[in-house]
Structure formats: C-alpha cells, structure tokens
Design a protein around this ligand. Structure first.
Ligand SMILES: Nc1ncnc2c1ncn2[C@@H]1O[C@H](COP(=O)(O)OP(=O)(O)OP(=O)(O)O)[C@@H](O)[C@H]1O
Ligand SMILES: O=C(O)c1ccc[n+]([C@@H]2O[C@H](COP(=O)([O-])O)[C@@H](O)[C@H]2O)c1
Length: 193
C-alpha cells in the first residue's frame, strides 16, 4: 500500500492543505493520505498552538468526505516535540508493508536538512514537495525530493488566524464543517460580527 503522510500543525486545516494532499494522491497514485496532526511541532516550540483536541477534531471534519484521507493521531499520544523520524519509525513498525511518502510544502522542504536524523529519515520515506507562494523550489544536495506541480494557493494558517481575530469571514477558505466547529467552540476567540 502506498501511503502519503501529511504532517502539520493544522491550526486550522485549510483548503490549500486539502488541495495539496489531493494533488499528491492523484499524481503518485497513493492509496491513502494520512494527515498526521503534530503534537508539539519542533520548530514552533515558542509559539502558542491551539489545543490538540481542537486541531484533531478540525482535521477529522476537514477530511471526512474523502474516502482516501485519514487522520493519524500518533504524535498526540507521544509527549515531547513531534519529530518526524520518531513518527515514521513507529508507523513502519505498525505497517511493515506500507510504502511511505512524506508530503511537505516548499517552505518545509527547504528546512529538511535541519530535521532530526534526516539521513535516516530520507531512507524511510520518499519526500514529496509542492510549491507555495513566496518559496522557491529548494535545491537539497543528498535529499531526493519529488516535486509536484499544483496551482499556487497563497493561504496560511497564520494568516487565517489573523483574519478570524480581525472579525473577517473565512468561509470557503476552510471547509465549512471546520468553520462551523471553530466558531461554535471559539477556537480562535469570539467572532466580532
Ligand atoms: N498554501 C500552501 N501551499 C502549499 N503547502 C502548504 C500551504 N499551506 C501549508 N502547506 C504545507 O502544509 C504542511 C502543514 O502546514 P501547517 O499546518 O503548518 O499550515 P500553515 O498554513 O503553514 O500554518 P502556519 O501559517 O501556522 O505555519 C506544511 O508542509 C506546509 O508547508
Ligand atoms: O522532525 C523534525 O525535525 C521536524 C522539523 C520541523 C517540522 N517537522 C514536521 O513537519 C510538518 C509540518 O510542520 P508545520 O509546523 O509546518 O505544520 C509537521 O509534521 C512537523 O512535525 C519535523
């Protein structure tokens, strides 16, 4: 089975995440894409991240209508920073027959040389990267990267949180079920209007 792993903080999940996952699933003929919700993202240690149960629920809602998309909560059940190499080692033990592809946007792709145990990690997964506005396709000597083209979507969770806090509508920028959940649970505070 060919499985795409799409790791993210997903605070909140947005339509560019879904479009990226679908684009890679289609291009590489993956059987499934697992959205791996980061417990404590290693490079966001000092940032305030929304509670894991909200991010997990929002991702569940976001992927619910896609038959090949799944949510993986393995990193939420492990204390400490969510290093991808730990996740992939565990998933390979649990699913010895799966072939794993790790999906990243161009911003994260450029950071791969700094990831924990990257020399081991690159032997455990194939990296797949997508363009992201503002980030060039990186040249990474020694780290094979499968580049997948897709229409660039200038959307980020940081920007969406800012919009919500400013009282702006994010309808159509996040799946409708996610929008309703974040409003009902005031994940990013009360909507101003
Ligand atoms: N607009 C986008 N185009 C392509 N890839 C994206 C886009 N937004 C996020 N990604 C990728 O999705 C993965 C998960 O990203 P994450 O959950 O951190 O969302 P984000 O929008 O980058 O959030 P933040 O702004 O809080 O950093 C990362 O690999 C990131 O590069
Ligand atoms: O393992 C690492 O060293 C590492 C360093 C930075 C990011 N990651 C992973 O990259 C994925 C995307 O991160 P983020 O914070 O942009 O959502 C997420 O699964 C992180 O755990 C992993």
């Amino acid at each position: 089975m060919k499985v795409g792993l799409f790791g993210g903080t997903f605070d909140p999940p947005h339509v560019a995440h879904l479009a990226a996952a679908e684009r890679v699933r289609d291009e590489l003929a993956l059987d499934e894409v697992w959205f791996v919700v980061a417990g404590q993202p290693p490079h966001k240690m000092r940032d305030a991240v929304s509670p894991a149960h909200h991010r997990l629920r929002m991702v569940e809602l976001a992927v619910a209508d896609h038959p090949a998309f799944r949510v993986c909560d393995i990193e939420l059940r492990r204390p400490g920073p969510s290093y991808t190499v730990d996740t992939v080692r565990a998933l390979r033990r649990q699913h010895p027959d799966a072939e794993f592809y790790f999906i990243v946007g161009a911003d994260m792709a450029a950071d791969l040389p700094n990831w924990r145990a990257i020399d081991e990690l690159k032997t455990l997964v194939r990296f797949v990267a997508l363009g992201r506005p503002g980030y060039a396709r990186p040249v990474l000597p020694g780290i094979p990267l499968h580049w997948v083209d897709m229409p660039l979507l200038a959307l980020s969770a940081t920007e969406l949180r800012r919009w919500i806090r400013a009282g702006r509508s994010v309808r159509y920028l996040v799946p409708e079920a996610v929008r309703q959940y974040m409003e009902a649970h005031e994940v990013y505070g009360k909507r101003k209007r």
